[in-house]
Design a protein around this ligand. Sequence first.
Ligand code: NAD
Ligand code: PRE
Length: 366
Amino acid sequence: MKKVFFIGLGLIGGSIALSIKKEYDDYEMIGYDIQDDQTKMAKALNVIDEVASSIKEGAEGADFIILSTPVEQTICILSELGKIKLKTNAIITDVGSTKKKIVEHAKRTLPNHVTFIGGHPMAGSHKSGVIAAKAHLFENAFYILTPNENESEENVNQLKALLKGTKAQFVVMNPEEHDYITGIISHFPHIIAASLVHQAEKNEDHFPLIKRMAAGGFRDITRIASGNPIMWRDILLHNKNIISKLFEQWIEEMKKLQKMVQEENGHEIYTYFHQAKTYRDGLPERQKGAIPSFYDLYVDVPDYPGVISEITGYLAKENISITNIQIIEAREEIYGVLRISFQSEHDRDQANQCIKKYTNYETFIQ
Ligand SMILES: NC(=O)c1ccc[n+]([C@@H]2O[C@H](COP(=O)([O-])OP(=O)(O)OC[C@H]3O[C@@H](n4cnc5c(N)ncnc54)[C@H](O)[C@@H]3O)[C@@H](O)[C@H]2O)c1
Ligand SMILES: O=C(O)C(=O)C[C@]1(C(=O)O)C=C[C@@H](O)C=C1
């Protein structure tokens, strides 16, 4: 029986554990977390089979070790693993959002009789903790692997086989390329999201209604500002050099935009937004790829208690399952808009017909 040891039982570690358990019900899943409540919750939710009282206890004899902690903690844990008697040919991986520093540290600290392959599932959430973990979190997402250049294909394939239950698409790249790409599409956007929230907060004294009036656009672009501050602190510190370059690019971009607006250059402003729309609309949102493929239906509902259970009741009646439901525009005194997400276009279309059948609520497909 294969023994898999998870260090860090949060959103990502828990989701990977659930996907492995779904694929291999005979694997022994051991977990360790510095937060006892996370460990207890992981055991209670059957995310893991057994709890290790220490990293040493869990790591000795493990065939696979998955580090699912904030990236600076991953560095510390690699140092600790380097001092432990690990099973020959054990495969160790991490899930960190940065790769270069982690891969380099693993090379320096781990013994030659084990294999380290950097990993990074390119999906997640602004939520944290094992309570938010889902087995299908990574479905259709890219899962980046950064094996050393001389790593055997057999070891890479063994890790891919272990992670098969994630249903992600594996992509092998070098750590430097990974850190640049993720710097652009993940790390820097998180900086912008947080800065927009700070901008709103700074202006609240003059405009107290700011918080209540924050609607779909602001909420959408700042969702990721609700991410885990420890995680994002570590990511920025690990990817400092690339993020510093992106800051320079961003400052130049903002100066260019500021000039357009100050000069009231309508043509350039229009072109700027038009080109952005074209690029954004071209993202592979509906196929397999970086953004999990889910399908949204928007329902304009009256804002009264029980309207959500009314809608979900109709969908349940017709056995239509949903993956997520959110109120995205709670407009004062008038109506709210439900955004209901589905795993497939078929489910969404079925739901659309169902809601039209039982209600007169207006529905929209974006
Ligand atoms: N959240 C995302 O969307 C996302 C996506 C892909 C990758 N990641 C990466 O995954 C990693 C984990 O992120 P998460 O979202 O699961 O965070 P999380 O906060 O949900 O879980 C992290 C867990 O690690 C535990 N932990 C911290 N230090 C530890 C230590 N020294 N020993 C044992 N456990 C320790 C914490 O108690 C926590 O339970 C991070 O490196 C992050 O960059 C996150
Ligand atoms: O979906 C989110 O909220 C995320 O922030 C996930 C997200 C990202 O898209 O930036 C965050 C960090 C990861 O390393 C990978 C994915």
